[in-house]
Design a binder for this molecule. Structure first.
Ligand code: FEO
Length: 170
């Protein structure tokens, strides 16, 4: 049986990951409506990955005979006034999620829950990659976003992102 605090944080994380999926789907809708289908695709794939993260937390809890409570998913409340806004919001959001993962890790370490720590190792690495991806998007947009021709090429590049299932299986 998992420690009560660890279980509560894991359960919360299911909701946070589904919210992340919802948030990135909102970004995707925004870009689609702006005619930037490559950016829209990039965030749609990201939303799928976030859904997978939620399912991994859920499965981990079930594998450990831990009751799961699904809570309401908040409405994404972002207002965008420029193409750069979702990119910046996405990077900030990933930093926030990294903090959440680290908090669960610390709670697991405190009660010597090595199994949960090992499970979370994958997410610690994943967050590093996601922060890098998010900041690279900002860097590229800063370099090329103000020139329509370059923006078109960047959008084309982002349209090639495809979904693949997570490397972690439970
Ligand atoms: Fe599942 Fe991007 O954090």
């Amino acid at each position: 049986m998992l420690d009560a605090k660890v279980a509560e944080l894991l359960n919360d994380q299911i909701n946070k990951e589904f919210y992340s999926a919802y948030l990135y789907l909102d970004f995707s809708v925004y870009y689609s409506e702006q005619g930037l289908d490559g950016f829209a695709n990039w965030y749609k794939v990201q939303a799928q990955e976030e859904r997978d993260h939620a399912m991994l937390f859920l499965q981990y809890m079930q594998n450990n005979d831990c009751p799961v409570t699904l809570e309401a998913i908040a409405k994404p409340d972002k207002e965008f006034s420029s193409f750069a806004d979702p990119l910046n919001a996405g990077y900030e959001h990933e930093q926030y999620v990294t903090d959440l993962i680290h908090t669960i890790y610390e709670a697991a370490a405190e009660v010597k829950d090595y199994r949960t720590m090992q499970f979370l190792d994958w997410f610690v690495k994943e967050q590093g990659e996601e922060e890098t991806n998010a900041s690279e998007l900002i860097r590229k947009f800063d370099l090329f976003g103000s020139d329509p021709r370059s923006l078109y090429l960047l959008d084309s590049e982002l349209s090639s992102r495809t979904y693949s299932a997570p490397s972690l299986t439970l």
